[in-house]
Design a protein around this ligand. Structure first.
Ligand SMILES: Cc1cc2nc3c(=O)[nH]c(=O)nc-3n(C[C@H](O)[C@H](O)[C@H](O)COP(=O)(O)OP(=O)(O)OC[C@H]3O[C@@H](n4cnc5c(N)ncnc54)[C@H](O)[C@@H]3O)c2cc1C
Ligand code: FES
Length: 275
C-alpha cells in the first residue's frame, strides 16, 4: 500500500465544485458526481465540506477524467444535510488522502463489501478488471433493498458477484464472509482478499485471511478531522499509526496488531465507544 508522504498543499485545501449529477441508490443512499478528477486510487478518501455545516471523510467511489463519485448514507447531522443538496449546489472537496488497494495484473482477487463499502470496492473491482484480474465479489447488506453496486459489478469483465443478505431476501441468508469461506473450502484459491465495510465484517475477514493464509488488504475507519496526519484524531492503540495516512487500507498483519480493532473506536473528543 502506498503512503502519500508529501501531500501537495493544493490537495490539503478545499476547493468548491458543483454537483454535476445525483443518483438515488436506496432510500438513504445517494451517489454524487463532480466534474473533476482528483487522481484518486481505489481505497483512498476525500474530505467533503458542506459550507456552514461540517466536513467529513468519504471514500472515492470512482475517479477518472469523466468525474469523481462519492456514495453516502444519510445517517446524521452532516450527511442528512448533504442528502438535501441539488444538482448545481457547491460543496468543498480536498484530497485524495490515504493508502489504496494494490494488486498485480491477472491476479485472482476476493473482494468483500458491506454497506457503503460496496462503492470503493466497485472502484477497485473496475480497475482490477481492466488489469485482467479474475474477481469474486461478496456483497452483503441487511436486506435486498440495501444492496449497492450489484448491476455495475455484474457488468465487469471477469467478475462473479455473490450476494448475501441478513434476512435472506436476496442471495445467501447470512453474512458475505460466510460465502467467501464456502468458496475457499470448495477449493477456490485467491491471491489476495480486499475488504471494506463495517468493522465487525472486517474483523471476520481478518480472521479468515489469517486462518487460510491468504494475504488481505483491509479498510479501517476512525474519526478523521485533518485527513493528512496532522491532528492525531485517527491514531489507533497501541501502534500510534494514523489511519488517515498509514491507512485506511492496511495489510492484515498490521491490522492484527491494532488492539482496538473490532473492540472500540474514539469519537471527535477522543472518547472510547465499543463496537
Ligand atoms: C476513511 C473513511 C471513509 C468513509 N467513507 C464513507 C463513504 O464512502 N460513505 C459514507 O456514507 N460514509 C463514509 N464514511 C463515514 C462518514 O464519514 C460518516 O458517515 C459521517 O462522518 C457521518 O457524519 P454525520 O455528521 O452525518 O453523522 P454524525 O451525526 O456524526 O453521526 C451519525 C452516526 O454515524 C456514525 N459515524 C460518524 N462518523 C463516523 C465514522 N467516521 N465512521 C463510522 N461511523 C461514523 C456515528 O457514530 C453515528 O452513529 C467514511 C469514514 C471514513 C473514516
Ligand atoms: S485525521 Fe488528523 S491525523 Fe488523521
Amino acid at each position: 500500500m502506498t503512503t502519500k508522504n508529501n501531500i501537495p498543499l493544493e490537495s490539503r485545501l478545499p476547493k468548491t465544485y458543483r454537483i454535476k449529477e445525483i443518483r438515488r441508490e436506496t432510500a438513504k443512499v445517494q451517489t454524487f458526481t463532480f466534474d473533476v478528477s482528483l487522481g484518486a486510487q481505489p481505497g483512498q478518501f476525500i474530505m467533503l465540506w458542506l459550507p456552514g455545516v461540517d466536513e467529513k471523510p468519504m471514500s472515492v467511489a470512482y475517479d477518472d477524467e469523466k468525474g469523481l463519485k462519492i456514495t453516502f448514507f444519510a445517517v446524521g447531522c452532516m450527511t442528512e444535510k448533504l442528502a438535501q443538496c441539488k444538482v448545481g449546489d457547491l460543496v468543498g472537496l480536498r484530497g485524495p488522502f490515504g493508502t489504496h488497494y494494490e494488486w498485480k495484473p491477472r491476479q485472482r482477487l476476493a473482494l468483500v463489501a458491506g454497506g457503503y463499502g460496496a462503492a470503493p470496492m466497485y472502484f477497485a473491482a473496475r480497475k482490477a478488471s481492466e488489469d485482467g484480474c479474475k474477481l469474486d465479489v461478496f456483497v452483503g447488506a441487511r436486506s435486498a433493498e440495501h444492496l449497492l453496486y450489484i448491476k455495475e459489478l455484474e457488468d465487469l469483465r471477469g467478475a462473479t458477484v455473490h450476494i448475501a443478505t441478513d434476512d435472506g431476501s436476496r442471495g445467501f441468508r447470512g453474512y458475505n464472509v460466510e460465502v467467501l469461506k464456502q468458496q475457499i473450502e470448495k477449493g477456490n484459491s485467491f491471491d489476495q482478499i480486499f475488504a471494506c465495510g463495517p468493522e465487525m465484517m472486517i474483523k471476520a475477514v481478518s480472521a479468515l485471511s489469517a486462518d487460510y493464509k491468504i494475504p488481505s488488504q483491509l479498510s479501517l475507519e476512525r474519526y478523521m478531522k485533518c485527513g493528512y496526519g496532522l491532528c492525531g484524531n485517527c491514531v489507533v492503540d497501541p501502534l500510534g499509526i494514523r489511519l488517515c495516512k498509514d491507512g485506511p487500507v492496511i495489510k492484515n498483519d498490521l491490522c492484527q496488531k491494532i488492539l482496538e480493532f473490532g473492540k472500540y473506536h474514539r469519537d471527535d473528543l477522543g472518547k472510547k465507544h465499543e463496537f
